[in-house]
Design a protein around this ligand. Structure first.
Ligand SMILES: C[S@@+](CC[C@H](N)C(=O)[O-])C[C@H]1O[C@@H](n2cnc3c(N)ncnc32)[C@H](O)[C@@H]1O
Length: 266
């Protein structure tokens, strides 16, 4: 099976099972909620400093995020790009106003240089299971952004998984694996690859707990993927009372693979 076969088959099934629902590609409600809240909070910060006219969501899936963006930013032109035809159909079927959904590939984006002031990936480039092609994809994200524009990069990293698995091992739990259809980023590789095009924006200097830091999901992952399975001995169960109870915790440590980087186009 080629890369395309694996990805297209995986997300065809996801589209069939979850349709327009928020659970599509993310069964964990807290993770989904925090990704969305973080995107909205960062957009508010960016718009308080400069106008934002066009937002691109690459790997937009069923366009759940695009619909939320439309409600919160009625004047901004929205564009979604998606690889899997069944997802494109659902995304278009939402009928988000002033929002074009294009079928395409993050490795070769069908947009002009500097076309957008904000671009987002919410767990997209980890599906491109080749480091060289991932680097091409990150360069494409830079190319379509105007200078000074921002890339809200929500992707998964192996350092978070490694620390999570150390904590799991301490409690006698087997390691969690990367999903078969993903290649998660190595942190040093990622920072080296983006360095020519982007600077990393450090949001921790604001001392504002509503602004995401790369480890924004760390405490949630510790509770849901270490503490909960250690107590129950059950494999992962999503959206439990125990996990929701502790969801107020600020991010501590580096236990989540999914991380949030705000990148500024040089
Ligand atoms: C984990 S899902 C996330 C979808 C959406 N961002 C969300 O949060 O629900 C990854 C999405 O990326 C899409 N995708 C995979 N490879 C892609 C590629 N090469 N170019 C663009 N999108 C791709 C998949 O079809 C899938 O919809």
């Amino acid at each position: 099976m080629t890369y395309s076969d694996v990805i297209l088959e995986h997300y065809r099934k996801e589209a069939e099972e979850h349709g327009k629902d928020a659970s599509s590609t993310m069964k964990d409600e807290i993770t989904r909620g925090r990704e969305i809240a973080s995107v909205l909070r960062v957009l508010d910060l960016l718009r308080s400093r400069a106008p934002v006219t066009g937002i691109l969501d690459v790997g937009c899936g069923n366009a759940y995020l695009l619909e939320v963006l439309r409600k919160n930013h009625p004047q901004v032109a929205l564009t979604g790009l998606e690889y899997t035809p069944e997802m494109v159909e659902i995304a278009r079927g939402r009928g988000v106003s002033d929002c074009t959904v294009v079928q395409g590939d993050v490795r070769a984006l069908p947009f002009a240089d500097g076309a957008f002031d904000v671009a987002i990936t919410e767990r997209c480039i980890i599906n491109v299971m080749d480091r060289g092609h991932q680097a091409d994809s990150l360069r494409e994200m830079a190319r379509v952004l105007a200078r000074g524009g921002h890339y809200l990069c929500i992707e998964a990293f192996t350092d978070g998984l490694a620390e999570l698995n150390q904590a799991r091992a301490e409690l006698g739990l087997p390691p969690n694996d990367m999903p078969y259809h993903n290649l998660w980023f190595d942190k040093a590789w990622f920072l080296d690859t983006i360095a020519p095009d982007f600077e990393v924006v450090d949001l921790s200097t604001h001392r504002d707990p509503t602004l995401p830091t790369p480890n924004f999901l760390s405490s949630h992952y510790f509770i849901s993927r270490v503490l909960y399975p250690a107590i129950t001995k059950a494999p992962i169960v999503y959206n439990t009372h125990l996990v929701k109870f502790f969801s107020f915790l600020p991010p501590i440590g580096n236990y989540a693979a999914i991380q949030f980087y705000l990148l500024r186009r040089k």
